[in-house]
Design a protein around this ligand. Structure first.
Ligand code: GLV
Ligand code: MN
Ligand code: MN
Length: 417
């Protein structure tokens, strides 16, 4: 890293914290937590709020073909853009900061720079990305893949939500035209910087209060279908059953064992399971579950997936069951830009914090956008390492610190380059 020093950029911290609270009302669930699935009314209302804040900041606002909302300040030299932002959708029962922090902090940073320093030399933009989580449809990274030209042929017509609604119909319901997807592609982004909560306990447990992400783990999503035999729950002897649920349960333990034995940062999660015929008095004939498995090293990740498959086939053989393993999606690990990481480190030092270099176990829009731009990510601590749950939180002073560091990095990238 160069020893060049930069000056910390001020922001309006009250506006930042108030907006985070306001955004957390859009999609708030009565029992706690949030749910803003893609193209839902909660999602549309959150995007309206974001558009209003961008307009209030006197940015040029537009919605692209998939519903990403952009705010833009023209640069005196034109050229390729410097962009910040994150996603607006949430998981079911998620928290107020996953994605939202990067959107609100991005707007605050860009608006503060525009207010305090006027026109940048580079084009400076902030984006609220429409979807990252797989929040509704059977896909993920829909917003950033549209920007990076990574959508699959006919994906909008093919991919459905659990009620059978296609992505294309979901788009039409919020006034978007699915025949226009190609216009969302951006080939003119130079840098993308995303502020995000860590979603794990490292910064809280070991410090410091800021982390610079160097690598994002790759994820693989698998669907595993176990087939046994449906039988009467009262009359069929325990020793003669081919119970698909018990097979799935044994496989789940074996899968967790594979990841645990491989060691950090290998992880594997069984996040959904469904039984057929799903009746209280019937031995399950079919069990269908998903596995989300991740590792930051490509070779280890491949080994992890292979070992998970082997473990499931062994259990199936031992229990007289059939098993099918299908890849739902595969996102490789990504190394972020060392150049942007240096800019972020300088910004952290300006904020008085020598940052920690980190690997992200969580997936981020940044990993997809790294196919189209030089990408960097900044982490702030998550209280208790909690995320994807209603308890997800970050201390207000860390939210402010991270936003100041983000604004400082954008200042260097868009005003001093
Ligand atoms: C999104 O948060 C993911 O990592 O799956
Ligand atoms: Mn998330
Ligand atoms: Mn996120």
């Amino acid at each position: 890293m160069s020893t060049r020093t930069v000056e910390l950029v001020e922001i309006d911290e009250r506006r930042l914290l108030r907006r985070l609270d306001d955004l957390a009302q859009r999609g708030a669930l009565p029992g706690g937590g949030l749910y803003r699935p893609l193209y839902s009314s909660a999602w549309a209302s959150a995007m309206e709020l974001v558009s209003a804040w961008l307009k209030e900041g006197e940015l040029f606002v537009r919605r692209d073909a998939v519903g990403n909302v952009w705010g833009r300040v023209e640069g005196s030299r034109g050229g390729r853009a410097v962009v910040t932002g994150s996603h607006i959708d949430t998981v079911r029962g998620g928290g107020a900061l996953d994605g939202a922090l990067g959107v609100v902090a991005g707007i605050e940073a860009v608006a503060s720079l525009w207010e305090r320093y006027g026109r940048p030399t580079r084009i400076l933009e902030c984006v609220a990305i429409c979807e990252e989580e797989g929040s509704r449809f059977n896909t993920n990274f829909w917003g950033s893949r549209a920007i990076a030209d990574r959508l699959e042929p006919n994906e909008a017509e093919r991919v459905r939500d659990p009620d059978g609604v296609t992505l294309a119909d979901g788009m039409r319901a919020v006034g978007l035209d699915p025949s226009n997807l190609a216009s969302a592609v951006r080939r003119d982004i130079d840098m993308f910087v995303e502020l995000h909560i860590e979603q794990g306990p490292i910064l809280e447990d070991h410090g410091p209060r800021l982390g610079v992400v160097t690598t994002i783990a790759g994820s693989a999503h698998l669907e595993i279908v176990v087939r046994g035999q449906a039988d009467h729950a009262g009359a069929m002897a325990m020793t003669r059953r081919r119970d698909a649920m018990l097979g799935a349960a044994t496989m789940a333990l074996a899968i967790a064992d594979v990841a645990t034995k491989m060691g950090h940062p290998a992880v594997a999660t069984i996040g959904t399971i469904a039984l057929e015929p799903a009746q209280v008095n019937v031995v399950p004939g079919v069990a269908r579950f998903t596995v989300d498995t991740r590792h930051s090293e490509p070779a280890r990740r491949t080994e992890l997936i292979t070992q998970i498959g082997d473990a499931c086939r062994t259990v199936a053989r031992e229990r007289g069951l059939d098993v099918e393993i299908r890849s739902l999606r595969d996102r490789p690990p990504v190394t972020l830009s060392p150049r942007v990481a240096d800019v972020l480190r300088r910004a952290c030092f300006a904020a008085g914090i020598p940052p920690r270099d980190m690997t992200s176990g969580a997936g981020h829009d940044a990993q997809v956008l790294s196919a189209a731009a030089n990408v960097g990510m900044l982490f702030v601590p998550s209280i208790g390492g909690r995320s994807h749950c209603p308890e997800e939180a970050t201390a207000a002073e860390d939210v402010v610190l991270g936003t100041r560091a983000l604004a400082t990095a954008l200042h260097e990238l868009a005003y001093q380059a």
